[in-house]
Design a protein around this ligand. Structure first.
Ligand code: SF4
Length: 312
């Protein structure tokens, strides 16, 4: 619930309600659920769990931040990190109030990231329409989820005209080719579309990637660096802004040893003698070195892309 955020792609976090249900492999290590379990202990997670509206004084922060942004002549981006904006179990009345406050805070940019983009159009319309200062986002952690969520996201973007549309591929749990999003079959043929190319369909305006981090008893799964690179390079080729938030808890052992004054030679005890272990491709071996040490550089570069506001 803190005002300042350690999230590199937004300025502030603020949530209209707290509570959610895990719906996707990316939810396995839900930061918000872990925070509630272990630190705040206030909200039960799950379909029948509570969706607890945050306090009036907390809601007034948005107007305060709006004045601050106006005085500074800049936009402050706000991410609702403790809920999903399109949660089926959330109170539509709270969403309507939230959207009304968004319209009254035009110097804020609300980053509505969701794992339920299929609900966006109906729920936004029920809340009086999507405010002009809202961006629509969807989490995609592997190709299967991307094939589903990108379609919903871009359909919603076409109907709702958000400030921009974006994808968060964090935690990235498998490779994703955003230039080949499956749209099912038509006339016996597979329909595949490039979601980063403006001339093909409404395109994704911004892509964020990140590895997974530990959340309590949930231990982070590694991301292969090739999966990050594929997305980075596809964004660069299409001119889509790219932001790499973090590597997670793991790093390829080659990357780690490149930065340290030791050479990587492994030996194993085998049949009464030491024999050298040959690592044909060091990148295929990852080591758990912790989030801080793994950092957020990808091939030595920090990626902090941010999109232009398209609509609004
Ligand atoms: S959708 Fe987001 S907030 Fe909800 S359980 Fe999944 S990770 Fe947590």
């Amino acid at each position: 619930m803190a005002e300042e955020t350690g999230i590199s792609w937004c300025d502030r976090t603020w949530s209209p309600w707290i509570g959610c249900t895990k719906v996707s492999p990316a939810c396995d290590g839900c930061y918000a659920a872990h925070l509630m379990d272990t630190r705040l202990g206030r909200v039960e997670w799950g379909p029948h769990g509570e969706r607890k509206r945050t306090s009036e004084s907390y809601w007034r922060q948005l107007a305060k931040w709006d004045r601050e942004a106006k005085a500074a002549g800049r936009t402050i981006s706000v991410f609702p990190s403790l809920c999903d904006p399109w949660d089926n179990a959330a109170d539509p009345g709270i969403r309507r109030e939230w959207f009304a406050v968004m319209r009254e805070t035009p110097h804020l940019l609300h980053l509505l990231l969701s794992k339920r983009p299929q609900n966006a159009v109906a729920m936004a319309e029920a809340a009086g329409g999507l405010p002009a200062n809202a961006a629509l986002g969807a989490t995609c952690e592997n190709q299967e989820i991307a094939n589903r969520n990108v379609r919903y996201l871009l359909d919603a973007a076409r109907d709702l005209r958000p400030a921009f549309s974006f994808v968060s591929a964090e935690p990235l749990l498998g490779p994703i080719d955003f230039t080949r999003i499956s749209y099912g079959t038509a006339g016996g043929y597979d329909v595949v579309r490039d979601a980063l190319k403006a001339s093909d369909i409404e395109r994704i305006d911004w892509v964020i990637t990140g590895g997974e981090t530990d959340q309590g008893s949930h231990k982070a799964r590694p991301t292969h660096p090739a999966w990050f690179r594929q997305i980075r390079d596809a964004c660069a080729a299409a001119g889509v802004p790219y932001h790499h938030k973090q590597n997670g808890e793991w790093l390829p052992i080659g990357d780690w040893y490149d930065d340290h004054p030791v050479s990587l030679v492994l030996r194993e005890w085998h049949a009464g003698t030491w024999r050298e272990v040959s690592l044909d491709n060091e990148e295929d071996y990852v080591a758990r070195i912790g989030k801080k040490a793994a950092g957020r550089l990808l091939d030595g570069v920090e990626h902090n892309g941010f999109p232009e506001v398209r609509h609004g």
